[in-house]
Design a protein around this ligand. Structure first.
Ligand SMILES: Cc1cc2nc3c(=O)[nH]c(=O)nc-3n(C[C@H](O)[C@H](O)[C@H](O)COP(=O)(O)OP(=O)(O)OC[C@H]3O[C@@H](n4cnc5c(N)ncnc54)[C@H](O)[C@@H]3O)c2cc1C
Length: 404
């Protein structure tokens, strides 16, 4: 078994690491300063546009997209160590390289299922980083981890679909650059097959009847750097029938296809967050003295750092194995591994970040270090893209089935 990365991956890693040092880390404080002076906190700080231009110039662009006609054409195994690097600065680097969720998943959907007109109108500007997008599935009124519960209606009237429903936690939707929603709703709520009742439609932000009602908070924060997580109401919003993605009844299957790569991308970036936490822990531990000796000489601190290193090495191997399986046997064949990393990675990284916060004392929960925000991001990933318990349930059922 060869654990080395191939030549193309190494080359891109080198470029990306240099890009992070030269442009991204210095831009973190600049972005915060600029945001504080923006007319609306949901607008994009100017430095983000500068980072995007530089990343694109260097060919560090659309690395996530395996389709070489539209993206970098990397395998999951090639992309994994690159996503990890961007995860070290998750509020800037993924956007800078046009590899940020939820655009990535939406671009994948349009690449795979969009028709030529949809690609021209929405995929091209997304690939160029000119607009942002959102994915609207979750609803406050129903347990949305079970997508068959979705109640939003997509009703055909002549040459139009009329969309009625209420969604929340729609990431990115507070950002005015977010111009298009992929909305999941029911075209056939009484259909016999509960997995064929749903469809997906493209709904432009400026469609009459679309209301961005409020920004939902995350542990008391408004998540400005991710474009927020909006409550969005669709009140008889009308779009042409040509805005349907794929076929009527195909929404559930598209959602499944979208989530495999989305989940592993989150896990790759989470490993980068954990690496950043370990680095910050070590720097802090050697630079602070309490009760007569540096924190680095406290056994408990050494245990936290050692345990974090062990856990990250384990996680990375599992994520890379999952990436390799997705490349070789497909997303369906890698189902167990995708679920395993989706369960293991946020859980472990939350724990590492918690220790890093503790080691930083009050600074750990402050805005002067990235740890509090990283912790919050990692914690929400125990819910977003499917709660842990849903993945545990389905993984366990597949495991047990072998013995029935
Ligand atoms: C920061 C953030 C960003 C998000 N971004 C988006 C987005 O962009 N677009 C979007 O559509 N959604 C988004 N979501 C929503 C997210 O995908 C949902 O919260 C998630 O799917 C769970 O749905 P729910 O909140 O309705 O919880 P519910 O379905 O009500 O589940 C609640 C809890 O019940 C338990 N549970 C559920 N099913 C089972 C089971 N089978 N076995 C055991 N326990 C179970 C779990 O503990 C689960 O957490 C985001 C959420 C967050 C927090």
């Amino acid at each position: 078994m060869d654990f080395a990365f191939d030549a193309r991956t190494e080359e891109l890693r080198g470029k990306l690491l240099a890009f992070m040092d030269e442009y991204v880390y210095p831009a973190e404080a600049v972005a915060e300063e600029q945001r504080a002076r923006l007319a609306s906190p949901w607008d994009t700080p100017a430095v983000v546009g500068e980072l995007k231009a530089e990343a694109r110039r260097q060919g560090l662009w659309n690395l996530f997209l395996p389709d070489s006609e539209y993206g970098a054409g990397l395998t999951n195994l090639q992309y994994a160590p690159l996503a990890e690097i961007t995860g070290r600065s998750p509020h800037l680097a993924p956007t800078a390289t046009n590899c940020a969720a939820p655009d990535t998943g939406n671009m994948e959907v349009l690449t795979q299922f969009g028709d030529e007109q949809q690609k021209k109108q929405w995929l091209q500007p997304l690939l160029a980083g000119e607009i942002r997008s959102a994915f609207a599935m979750t609803e406050p009124e129903v347990a949305s981890s079970d997508a068959t519960n979705i109640t939003t209606r997509i009703e055909r009237e002549g040459d139009e679909y009329v969309i009625t429903g209420r969604k929340w936690y729609i990431s990115g939707a507070m950002n005015p650059d977010c111009r298009i929603f992929i909305v999941m709703g029911k075209t056939d709520p009484d259909g016999a097959d509960i997995r064929r009742q749903q469809s997906m439609v493209l709904v432009p932000r400026d469609t009459p009847g679309v209301e961005i009602r409020r920004a939902m908070q995350v542990y008391g924060y408004e998540d400005h750097s991710h474009g927020g997580h909006a409550e969005v109401v669709f009140d008889r919003a009308r779009v042409p029938v040509s805005n349907l993605i794929g076929e009527e009844g195909g929404g559930f299957a598209i959602a499944q296809a979208r989530l495999g790569p989305g989940r592993i991308h989150h896990c790759m970036r989470l490993i980068g967050m954990a690496e950043r936490a370990i680095e910050l822990m070590c720097r802090r531990a050697v630079s602070r003295t309490a009760f007569g000796k540096p924190l680095a000489q406290q056994g408990v601190v050494q245990n936290w750092i050692a345990d974090a290193r062990v856990a990250v090495e384990q996680l990375r191997l599992l994520v890379l194995k999952t990436a390799w399986m997705m490349d070789t046997v497909g997303n369906r064949g890698a189902h167990t591994e995708i679920q395993a990393i989706k369960i293991a990675t946020p859980r472990t990284v939350v724990d590492i970040l918690d220790k890093a916060v503790q080691l930083h004392g009050a600074g750990g929960v402050s805005q002067d270090f990235p740890l509090a925000e990283l912790w919050t991001s990692a914690r929400t990933l125990k819910l977003a893209d499917g709660p842990d318990e849903v993945h545990q349930r389905s993984l366990a059922r597949r495991e047990i089935k072998q013995y029935l």
